[in-house]
Write a protein that binds this ligand. Sequence first.
Ligand code: NAG
Ligand code: NAG
Length: 385
Amino acid sequence: MGSGRRMVFLSLLVLLSPGPSVSSPAQIDPLVYEEQLLWVSGAQGHVNTYRIPVITFTPKGSLLAFAEGRKSTSGDAGAKFLAMRRSTDKGNTWSPTSFIVDDGMNPDGLNLGSVVVDEEVGSVILIYAVCFHSFHCNPSSTMMVESRDDGLSWSPPRNLSIELGVQAFAPGPGFGIQKRYEPAKGRLVVCGHGTIEGDGVFCILSDDHGRSWYYGAALKSIPYNQKKSPNDFNPDECQPVEMTDGSIVINVRNQNNYHCRCRVVVRSRDGGLTLPIDDLYFDSTLVDPAVAAGALQKDGVLYFTNPSNDRSRVNLTLRWSLTNGLTWENKVVQIWAGPSGYSCITSLDSGSVEDKKYIFVIYEKGHRDYDESISFLKIHLYGGR
Ligand SMILES: *[C@@H]1O[C@H](CO)[C@@H](O)[C@H](O)[C@H]1NC(C)=O
Ligand SMILES: *[C@@H]1O[C@H](CO)[C@@H](O)[C@H](O)[C@H]1NC(C)=O
């Protein structure tokens, strides 16, 4: 055989051989491929406690991890840094921590927050609250910083409350979305929750790449603007994901355990303008101790992480659904049996086979308490194959 012919023969073999087809959802068998502690409370950067991990992809294929660096206590109020680390090699190595926002001595400083990527203009936007608890300060404000260079530099904070009004709004924590499908393709949708009494899920929207924002959907707590009792309806921290039909599914913390000790799920079919009660349900499979959880839709599969326990923040677990969250696979991956709290999931999508194989999880992890460290996981979806 001449070499030309051999080439043809070999390429035919490659084409015809069944090979390991590792991108079929039915073969999902997640494996924790790598784990790294990105922040350790009390040990790094003159910070008392790192909490509230958030992670995102960037338009250039980098990963950005964020956390609150709580300066002097572990409490939700108090002064903080907004800490960031950046990886340009798919999570293998990370830059040192940079503090991209410093709120000084604010008695009720910044609270993370949602990161949202605008792929149309190549920007990364972070939205966070200051003075959310109105603890020795007033009013609560919604703030935004933006990076146009893959997270290397950030704009000065911009006060969105000037156009939104001074209603308390705590975004996420997690990511906001840019609509990839109609309706409202291109819209930025950032969902979060309201004040302690006026709680509920609220979404802010931008149709001009973050230049201007307005309030969209609201799912209010009952009784709204009144002190809650145990088991009242009190939707709280939330993570939206866009499904492939263009609807937005929001997975919500059920703060007062209304109906169940499990997650609330609500769906918007109009790009985040409304959250009808008709499209709300309680997912009894997603047992939850009232916490911020992670969710991601990747290649038609829905992933979910939370401390899967109805009373305490322990047992961080990864689940996946091949039916848009209607049912969950019986198999689960227990990521950490011990104390574990908030989590967030992202993935890269350059169209490469490599990027189809991984998701990335960031979560609060500890031995005695969940706020001891913030850990990053690279998860191989097909068992390392
Ligand atoms: C943001 O703007 C609102 C409305 O003008 C104002 O009341 C608030 O003090 C501002 N917040 C900050 C942190 O500048
Ligand atoms: C951990 O999560 C799994 C899956 O939900 C559950 O079967 C198990 O009972 C949980 N264990 C604890 C200690 O919460």
